[in-house]
Design a protein around this ligand. Structure first.
Ligand code: PRX
Length: 657
């Protein structure tokens, strides 16, 4: 930090340091040194201590087919066994695993013994349907006990699950089923959110009817809302019915450490989402290790990650990490603003939550709500149970950080600002609560064993204080293994030739502090947007727009937004005349709904502008930098002399209508 702007450092309390799994910076440095001195030895030690292996591994890292790395390849294990049986065998059978709070406030507690029985029943049901090891199963479920059960059951029988977030549209669901070649779909009649019952099975039916989902042989439907549901004879079955007569025990399928535990589709630089493939052994290891070091999980803790199981955060920090640690955790069906914006704080109070993990967007919207409605301010609730706070999904601005620290954490809880990605499986750069002095807005230092750096376009490390491209220098156990069905795209996206295939490219920019070496993420360097912590490709939205019969051309960019981090702005050229006034307004609505239907409501552009053309160079390239300036409402400072059609800038300056 330069002297003029020394930021305040927040040190962990003595008590926090004393009790933490990683106690103090010396302990942190010792772990980093252990990994530096003997990289494989460090990870092998952790894997032996934290994971229960059916067949112990003798190989650690296999780099022979780089960048298709393998970890612990000759070891065998089962993730569901590690999450459930292991805890029951260790005497935790009667401990509460899940505290499910429904949208309407109803609470259901599920012990480890119960959860194991539920998972075994559903595993047996899946096996009866012919689902076997290596088959892909798509799960399209709301936040529910069944969601966790379905994921665990797939893991138990060695089927590879692929969750599709419940907010995605029929088209998005269809594309993911098709790409994965899934044999079964697990969904529900509907979901409750904010006091409303929303349909889900009808969307699944629409997806299945589109063509391209012929691989699906079975559809299992969880009864949740009691909403209308058409069941196709021979294909569709009720979850409760298929489980009813099943045994409460089920021998796990022992799989190799590299067996694909799950696929999770995420957005990249092209129009087509990519199926990020994760492993079994390395992934589980990092899920457990980060629960231990980053969240400092203790036996009596109540842990709450507010993410949805449809995103990677919900995979690692709801379904797998906490359960593999024998923790008690909250699974929440509803939304933070129902029945009012004090819901999170009330739930922390009611369930005496110790560790709370959420997204900056949620915090920012709750700050706004508390300013408008003083009764939902966190100070009205007893939040004294909290010990550690977490943030994930997007950069947290220092003002939101300070508010979170002061008003939710009572000034005493460290905030772990965890930087990671769908592809990384778990935390990559993050403070450790009993060690790292915190700087608001910085994710601080790499997790022990993760070797991160900031480089220039040639892959050369830049000095601290100079921004650059975030990379990871060594493969790590929980990393993406490939893109399902497209190994070439995996190589090109993450191990590009520019870096001689040696460095993992995260897709984010970063800068390290001159003195502390702390990392601050400066945002994506590719065509990926982060809206409310949801990741979306600009090309994906453009493809959706041009699929509309009236759209000739579209370009999508991001614009900074106080609440959602980034907002989507679309520049559209229609096939007919450029609309104005009421016509433009109607067209905007139409296009927003269209994108909602093609991808999901989260992808709807906030602002749509119409032009007779897009700003292009003489060679026909869209000048995106210009569009970004227009979206922000900035004066165009850039040289526009290469622009083919400068007059259209005026058309695109203002929101249409
Ligand atoms: O841009 C970074 C941002 O979210 C991206 C990953 O998105 P996704 O794969 O959907 O996973 C989100 C949950 C792990 C990253 O490339 N990001 C995530 N966490 C942070 C962040 N940006 C800044 N600070 C973070 N803590």
């Amino acid at each position: 930090m330069s002297n003029e702007q020394q930021p305040r450092l927040y040190y962990p309390s003595e008590e926090m340091v004393k009790n933490a799994a990683v106690s103090g910076m010396d302990a942190y440095r010792a772990l980093c040194k252990e990994a530096e001195d003997d990289y494989e030895g460090y990870w092998a030690r952790q894997a032996r201590e934290l994971v229960e292996w059916k067949k112990p591994f003798t190989q650690v890292l296999d780099e022979s087919n780089a960048p298709f790395f393998k970890w612990f390849a000759d070891g065998q294990l089962n993730v569901s066994y590690n999450c459930l049986d292991r805890n029951v065998n260790n005497g935790l059978g009667d401990k509460v695993a899940l505290i499910f709070e429904a949208d309407n406030g109803e609470v259901t507690r599920v012990t480890y013994k119960d959860l194991l029985a539920r998972v075994c029943k559903f595993s047996n049901a899946l096996r009866d349907m012919g689902v076997k090891k290596g088959d892909r199963v798509v799960i399209y479920l709301p936040m529910s006990i069944e969601g966790v059960v379905a994921m665990q059951a797939c893991a138990r029988i060695g089927a590879t699950h692929s969750i599709v977030f419940g907010g995605f549209s029929a088209q998005a669901l269809r594309d993911r089923i098709n790409d994965a070649g899934a044999v079964a779909l697990i969904t529900s009649d509907g979901q409750f959110r904010g006091g409303k019952a929303l349909p889900l099975k009808p969307i699944a039916d629409e997806a299945l009817g589109m063509g391209g989902c012929e691989s699906i042989k079975n559809v299992v439907v969880v009864q949740r809302t009691g909403g209308a549901c058409t069941m196709v004879e021979g294909r569709d079955k009720w979850f409760h019915e298929v489980c009813a007569s099943q045994a409460e025990t089920c021998e796990p399928e022992w799989v190799d450490a590299e067996h694909p535990l799950f696929l999770l589709y995420t957005s990249g630089s092209t129009g087509k989402p990519k199926g990020v493939q994760h492993s079994t052994g390395g992934y589980l290891l990092h899920a457990i290790l980060t629960m231990k070091y980053t969240f400092d999980i203790k036996p009596n803790d109540v842990f709450w990650c507010t993410a949805d199981i449809g995103w990677v955060t919900g995979h690692t920090y709801i379904t797998y990490g906490p359960l593999a640690c024998g923790a008690t955790e909250i699974v929440f069906e509803g939304v933070p603003t129902y029945p009012d914006a004090g819901r999170f704080w009330k739930m922390i109070q009611d369930h005496k939550v110790n560790i709370f993990y959420t997204a900056p967007t949620a915090i920012r919207s709750l700050i706004k709500a508390a300013e408008n409605t003083p009764t939902v301010h966190p100070k009205n609730y007893n939040l004294s149970s909290l010990r550690i706070l977490g943030s994930v999904g997007e950069p947290i601005n220092p003002a939101a950080w300070e508010w979170y620290h002061e008003n939710v954490g009572g000034g005493r809880c460290p905030i772990v600002d965890t930087f990671w990605q769908t592809e990384t499986g778990g935390h990559m750069i993050t403070p450790l609560p009993g060690a790292t002095p915190l700087v608001p807005g910085s994710c601080t230092l790499p997790f022990p064993g993760i070797i991160a750096a900031v480089v220039d376009e040639t892959g050369t490390e830049v000095p601290n204080g100079q921004g650059g491209i975030l990379v990871v220098k060594r493969p790590w156990p929980s990393m993406i293994r490939t893109i399902w069905g497209d190994p070439e795209r995996f190589k090109k996206s993450y191990y590009p030739d520019d870096f001689k295939g040696q460095l993992y490219l995260a897709g984010d920019g970063a800068i390290r502090d001159k003195e502390t070496g702390y990392f601050t993420i400066t945002g994506r360097i590719d065509d990926v947007l982060n809206v409310s912590g949801h990741r979306m490709g600009t090309m994906e939205i453009e493809s959706a727009l041009v699929a509309h019969e009236k759209v000739a051309e579209a370009a999508v960019v991001g614009r900074p937004d106080d609440l959602t981090g980034e907002a989507i702005v679309a520049f559209v050229v229609l096939k007919g005349a450029r609309p104005t006034g009421e016509d433009a307004k109607a067209m905007i609505k139409d296009l927003q709904n269209w994108v909602g239907h093609e991808i999901g409501p989260i992808a709807k552009p906030k602002d749509i502008r119409f032009g007779e053309n897009l700003p292009k160079t003489r060679s026909g390239k869209i000048m995106r930098r210009l569009l970004r300036q227009l979206a922000k409402g900035e004066e165009i400072t850039q040289d526009t002399s290469t622009l083919e059609n400068p007059a259209i800038l005026d058309q695109l300056k203002q929101p249409a209508g």
